[in-house]
Write a new protein. Sequence first.
Length: 394
Amino acid sequence: MSLVNFRSYENLSLEFPEGLILLEGANGQGKSNLLEAAYLLAIAKSNRASADREMVNSQARAVPHAHAQIMADLTLADGDVRLQVDFSVSGASLAPSSESEARFAETATFHKSFRVNGVGRRASTVVGILNAVMFRAEDLELVYGTPSVRRRYLDILISQLDDRYLRSLQRYQKILAQRNHLLKRIRQRSASSDELQFWDVELVAEGAFIIEQRANALSSLNAIAAPLHSELGGVDDRLELVYRPSVDMPPEITVDIAAEILTEGLTEERDREIAQGFTTLGPHRDDVEPQIDGMEASAYASRGQVRTIVLAMKLAEAEHLKIRRGQEPVLLLDDVLSELDANRRALILDKASLYQQCFITTAESDIIGPERLSRMNRFDVAIGSVRPVPTTTQ
Ligand SMILES: Nc1ncnc2c1ncn2[C@@H]1O[C@H](COP(=O)(O)OP(=O)(O)OP(=O)(O)O)[C@@H](O)[C@H]1O
Ligand SMILES: [Mg+2]
């Protein structure tokens, strides 16, 4: 992997071995930045940046025509692939004049572009070439957070397996925006409600497909997550991720059934939607409820139990990708070890070692234990650099 002007890295080029890779270093040294780079290549989106410019090195940003890049040469089951993301200043009109350079550094917007084997590609067609699953300490949000967090969990998982799903999601978002705009115009009496018919058909066409895909993914995930959860928690309590679509659906959901129910729902809700000026039904309102023995985890489970649920959900995501793709995802474990007791730390490391490549960050490598540490590929991360830990000290 090589990084140019990405976050804290001005220039880095490194070869990572297979197996467990331990990225060690004090807080703020750039460990998570490395995982973010890998994640970005896989998902075509950062797991934490809200704007692309944040990811461009702050020193480099001050220079006109600043450029940043992440590149990785991957050995995948179906051959070798080079993935690349470039960040460049968007819009020629933004080129700075000398007196406005300082301001430019503060305001320039960047956009990212993707290449696969040197050929430019749209972001949506890059997702799924390299599969990745990231675990972070913040992932407790999967249970405690808003429904959007759980929708994203499902959407990223399914998108990595099927680019039709990602395209359908993108179309759905556009249709939703148009339909909401129309609802507002109808409310203001500047459009007629007859115009809704067209957008309802469009919304249902994409929406029913998304609902069916989510229901299918959840049933596969449950089959994997429940036994993982029992093993990790050392209990028989059954974990189930229950689909909660915005309209009640029967247990067996097909595209046709979802389309029919969604259409009926939209007809029933029409007046209310016009009054509110936005679309109240559809996959943008779906949720997934993690339950333990039929009880809502967010309300009843302890924090430690929630941690176990989240680990099971993440490992299930990885396992599902592995089974469906016939290719193991890269695991990215950011700061999760210190949150776990020794027992579960050992279990997670055992599970992670079954994958071809797993990156683990930690600020305290002592918690791992000398025997396990000696079997890991250790790297020392310090601002701007990543160096193998010399074997004499391993
Ligand atoms: N665009 C950028 N340009 C330069 N430096 C950046 C940029 N974005 C982030 N950084 C720097 O990267 C560092 C944070 O990196 P990162 O989040 O990877 O740390 P970490 O090693 O994971 O720390 P922790 O152990 O606290 O999680 C900070 O020093 C921050 O200033
Ligand atoms: Mg970090």
